[in-house]
Write a protein that binds this ligand. Sequence first.
Ligand SMILES: [Zn+2]
Length: 291
Amino acid sequence: MSDMKDYMVRGTAANDELRVFACTSAELVEKARSIHDTTPVVTAALGRLLSAATMMGSMMKGEKDVLTLNLNGDGPVGAVCVTANSKGDVKGFVNNPYVDIPLKPNGKLDVSGAVGKGFLNVIRDTGMKEPYNSSTELVSGEVGDDLSYYFAVSEQTPSSVGVGVLVDVDRTVLCAGGFIVQVMPDASEETISGLEKNISKLSSVTDMLRKGLTPEEVLQVVLEGFDVQIMEKRPIFFDCDCNREKVERAIISVGSKELQSMIDEGKPVETECRFCRKKYVFEIDDLKKML
Ligand SMILES: [Zn+2]
């Protein structure tokens, strides 16, 4: 096992014909679990999406770029929403953290049962007037497959996405992480068929993580027979950038009429950040100043 806690690596393989990413994210998924008090199946759904988002965040170039992944299924968990920046910070929440559904017949957490059928919404805000916004159908609700489908359909980049979370009997996170391998347009038939062969015989991500494989070692397995070059290694965190000023601006944005009616009610306004559940209280005097 590696000494560095959560981190991701980014690199290339097969003479730049493949772009590769991998991460270990147990600590940040555990933080998400403890903040949102999620049941194991929800921990898995949210943790898989958080892990993927840390890798996808690193695909963005700009310092201020923000990626949002939203699983909008009709299952009991409701929406699973995650955002990431390009620096390795990620945060997320779910509509219903308390979903308790039976395991699958194979003994695995039923993530697709919790998520249901619906859409994956991907928004990339790179400071342009209109953020990039894409919606693709969920193919399985297992997160990895849904992201692979998104990359193929929306970004025309065939990709293999494997993300996994293993939850302990005490409901804490034992291991989490994943990989993304993307096929570049100039990839040869040989590279593509070699990758397909590797993927077809791959054990699950959680199996690899449970054995203690580092992200670098996961990539060695996924890309067996290929020459892998790691270009970057960086720590990743569950980190929320909310603050009182931002919440204030959000309250002001509801308009002066709404603000006046809050003041008229005569009670302090309490709001909670959806991502980190931090509470912000605004007294009547605060509201009057904002008005
Ligand atoms: Zn927050």
